[in-house]
Design a binder for this molecule. Structure first.
Ligand code: PRX
Length: 661
């Protein structure tokens, strides 16, 4: 069935388990009876979780699934998401508690209390309203990890405007397509950003992206690096000039529970990214519930740090909405983990006494590479819960994390979820579950997931298949922006008869019935925890004048999980020049193509390797057989070629690569 990488099968030989200590369990937020409670009455369970929030109007119905697959949660309820994340903590007497310990890459710091956060968000909300923004409008945000990015998101939420954060590493072309798709009225950015100890431009890329963009009325620029930037009169505004003088009083209005909160674009199996739509009440409920229980967070005591970027869903749910709804004190770090040295994260943990740390396997593997002696130099004794997200974590990395970061005692929660699910779905509960290196284990209380075969029938213990979510959940996406058909098609058509949500991941049950995630089964790659579609990279490659055809696969990579490997057929002239130019011409051509992809999509999509070939393996119906190319990319014996239109193609590719032709 699924085209799994054989490397992932090794995961399943892992049999060690690590129960939580009695002391941890005794103080844990979540207890084992949550599962039974949720099973007995799911809606009552979720209603109880929604009570974590402040509702201006209480809902009349927990779930309305009559218009499936578009759910309505907490029907009739009204709330203001920003009020829930900010004001109510001030109203509750916690205005002086630090919300954000912001750590700039060059070493500057800023501590922001909840009272200050309330002022900043209110001022920004007043500023946005002064520009004529009203509920339902869209604002695109492309910013590094500066506090204003969080202020901007919350200010949008406060006035019912949808934000759409675009990762800072995305190219102008990628930003533009997202701005156009949602017809954003305003774009917010910074002059530049600090990356690896240097100031890099940001605003000029935004300018390039927005050339002729019809929907955009204003561009708001936050000053970060102080580098001079071109200003377009009448369109561009400095954040400090626009926001700082505004009143810090802003009355939050209550919006319907299903009022849209944000759009976040993610890669699908076609070249066009999908604008995933999330709404308010259900999303915030799941964000707060999962953050409270999966991380065992204690307001006013813990110091939490999620290392994600706000450009991804993890940053939305586990930096902005979940933690702030739960009155968290958290670290937000602007920069890269090895600037100015490879101990930067541990230095921050030590300095701020971080107790909950949430990161991605790719970074854990990088820390392993840098060496045990680096974390050893720091006092990490404050850490009591560790999290992992974004891709399967291999047992070696899991054990390293436990031993070198968690002092052999902090529970590790391996959290499986997606942009589409809004919040964590499958994960151990730190005071309950005996954890297993490499397995996300069990759907959370209130969530239901299954591993099924091609027919949608649940497989037994030891069996493998597709991961589905068989019951609606509060944080679920409510659609793809402007494309309902694609929404139904992508997630709900594969198991239409059963009404299951198809996650696109392969999974297995082990002998205990625990779930092991095995990576994507569609044409989506996972590079350093970032989702990138093969088709998107292929489109970027063929948009280069020298490329006739391209096929892209994700090949197993020891650090990044998967690496992008591209096979390209060059056009006649380019191919001839390459032949006569020898090795260096080949290297130049390949470098140029790598840069071209970075320019079209962003540096994260740069292929690790580009192989120039004469032919691509295709079925008789013309479909590229990526499975065979993955065999080549991973240096394996090439698999079954009988369905190829021309079975000699693989020989040609393999010999061509060996001889360099
Ligand atoms: O393949 C799964 C993988 O990341 C995909 C979702 O990517 P994205 O929407 O960008 O969200 C990432 C952060 C939530 C999933 O379909 N994935 C995510 N977490 C895990 C994972 N794979 C295995 N184990 C995980 N813990």
């Amino acid at each position: 069935m699924t085209e799994q990488s054989p490397a992932l099968d090794n995961l399943l030989t892992e049999s060690r388990t690590f129960p939580p200590s009695e002391a941890f369990s005794a103080q844990a937020n979540a207890t084992a009876d949550f599962y039974a409670e949720a099973d007995a009455d799911r809606e009552a369970f979720w209603a109880k979780q929604a009570d974590r929030l402040h509702w201006d109007t209480k809902w009349s119905q927990v779930l309305d699934w009559t218009n499936a697959p578009v759910a309505k949660w907490f029907v009739g309820g009204k709330l203001n998401v920003a009020y829930n994340c900010v004001d109510r903590h001030v109203d509750g007497g916690h205005g002086d508690q630090v919300a954000i310990h912001w750590v700039g890459e060059p070493g500057d710091n800023r501590d922001i209390t909840y009272a200050q956060l309330k002022d900043e968000v209110s001022k920004a909300a007043n500023a946005f309203e002064s520009l004529g923004l009203t509920a339902g409008d869209r604002v695109a945000i492309q910013m590094p990890m500066v506090p204003e990015a969080i202020f901007a998101m919350l200010a949008c939420a406060r006035i019912g405007v949808l934000h759409s954060v675009v990762f800072g590493g995305f190219s102008p072309t990628a930003l533009r397509s997202r701005v156009d798709d949602q017809a954003a009225r305003i774009v917010i950015t910074t002059d530049g950003q600090y990356r690896r100890g240097k100031a890099a431009p940001m605003k000029v890329n935004v300018d390039e992206a927005l050339e002729g963009a019809e929907s955009v009325e204003k561009v708001i620029v936050v000053r970060r690096t102080g580098d001079e930037v071109p200003i377009t009169e009448g369109r561009d505004l400095w954040w400090h000039e626009l926001v700082d003088g505004q009143s810090a009083e802003h009355a939050p209005q209550a919006f319907d529970s299903e009022h849209p909160l944000f759009i976040l674009y993610t890669s699908g199996t076609t070249g066009k990214p999908k604008g995933i739509l999330h709404t308010s009440g259900g999303y915030l409920t799941q964000a707060a519930y999962t953050h409270h229980n999966v991380f065992d967070h204690k307001a006013g005591e813990d110091v939490y740090w999620c290392t994600a970027d706000i450009g991804w869903i993890t940053g939305h749910t586990y930096i902005v909405y979940g933690p702030l709804a739960n009155r968290t004190t958290q670290v937000v770090y602007e920069g890269t983990p090895n600037t100015p040295h490879e101990g930067r994260h541990w230095e921050i943990v030590q300095q701020h006494k971080v107790s909950i740390y949430y990161t991605a396997p790719t970074l854990i593997r990088t820390f392993m590479k840098w060496g045990n002696e680096i974390p050893e130099k720091y006092d990490l004794s404050s850490l009591r819960v560790l999290g992992s997200v974004g891709e399967p974590i291999n047992p070696e990395a899991w054990i390293w994390y436990r031993e070198n970061v968690g002092a052999n005692s902090a529970p590790i929660v391996d959290t499986w979820w997606q942009t589409e699910t809004g919040g964590i779905m499958i994960s151990p509960l730190p005071g309950v579950t005996a954890t297993k290196p490499g397995s996300a284990q069990k759907a959370l209380p209130g969530i239901s997931a299954k591993v099924v075969d091609d027919q949608g029938v649940e497989v037994g213990k030891g069996g493998g298949g597709y991961l589905v979510l068989d019951k609606p959940w509060p944080g679920m996406l409510r659609g793809i922006w402007g494309d309902e058909e694609r929404f139904r098609d992508t997630y709900w058509s594969r198991f239409r008869d059963q009404g299951y949500y198809f996650a696109g991941d392969g999974a297995k049950y082990d002998a205990d019935g625990d779930v092991w995630l095995l990576g994507r089964v569609d044409d989506v790659m996972n590079v350093s925890g970032h989702r990138i579609s093969t088709t998107e990279v292929e489109s970027a490659l063929v948009s280069h004048p020298t490329v006739a055809e391209a096929a892209v696969v994700g090949a197993t990579d020891p650090t990044t999980g998967q690496g992008i490997v591209a096979f390209v057929i060059l056009r006649g002239n380019a191919a001839a020049t390459l032949k006569s130019g020898g090795d260096s011409a080949g290297q130049d051509a390949v470098q140029e193509l790598r840069n071209h992809v970075a320019k079209e999509i962003g540096p994260i999509a740069k292929p690790r390797q580009i192989l120039v070939v004469q032919e691509l393996p295709k079925t008789r119906s013309g479909k590229i057989m990526r499975r065979l190319l993955r065999d080549v990319a991973e240096n394996r014996q090439v698999g079954d070629v009988t369905t190829l239109a021309d079975s000699s193609v693989m020989d040609l590719i393999s010999t061509g690569l060996k001889t360099g032709k």
